[in-house]
Design a protein around this ligand. Structure first.
Ligand code: COA
Length: 152
């Protein structure tokens, strides 16, 4: 992207900034309380991409017993298609690898072709469908899976 950005761990105090991007990215956004809860839980972690003038995007992921899940990923609308989403995903996968995760799942709206392209480009493959998983509007989820190779 044009401006430099860096990726850092998210902290509970980031919740208000994250929800501001979230509301511009999704028709059924997480609440600030949901972000806060995710950032205090020992099972979940967040990463923030910071551009010069503030937050450019974030990723929230979870790890339980060797299985990882990408719970949320968004980039501010004016900063998309500059590699921020891909960089956040790669950083999240590295963090899950460090936690000894060997497979990662995520759900994505069936109509969300851009996010699906991003995930498939990073090795995720469709493994199932969840009927009426999303609301506002109601829509099926495609379930994607990535086998995570542990690097020596
Ligand atoms: C999905 C999202 C996070 C991608 O972020 P981003 O910073 O634009 O992603 P990148 O610039 O790293 O894009 C990487 C690749 O993803 C794919 N991609 C991203 N946006 C795309 C689009 N609008 N159309 C087609 N492919 C797209 C492309 O393959 C792209 O590579 P390319 O630019 O070399 O063609 C962003 O569009 C977003 O926040 N969307 C709204 C929230 C959302 O849908 N989150 C995912 C929920 S599961």
């Amino acid at each position: 992207m044009d401006a430099p950005y860096r990726i850092r761990s998210a902290v509970p105090a980031d919740a208000a900034g994250l929800v501001a991007i979230e509301r511009r990215a999704f028709s059924d956004p997480w609440s600030e309380a949901s972000f806060h809860e995710a950032l205090v839980s020992p099972w979940t972690f967040g990463l923030v991409a910071e551009a010069g003038r503030g937050m450019a995007g974030y990723l929230i992921a979870r790890e339980v017993a060797g299985t990882g899940e990408v719970l949320n990923l968004a980039v501010a609308p004016d900063l998309r298609r500059r590699g921020v989403g891909g960089a956040l995903l790669e950083a999240g996968l590295s963090a899950l690898r460090r936690r000894k995760v060997d497979e990662v799942f995520l759900e994505v709206r069936e109509s969300n072709i851009s996010a699906q392209a991003l995930y498939v480009g990073h090795g995720f493959r469709p493994v199932g469908q969840r009927a009426a998983y999303y609301r506002n509007p109601k829509e099926d989820a495609v379930v994607l899976r990535l086998e995570l190779q542990q690097r020596a």
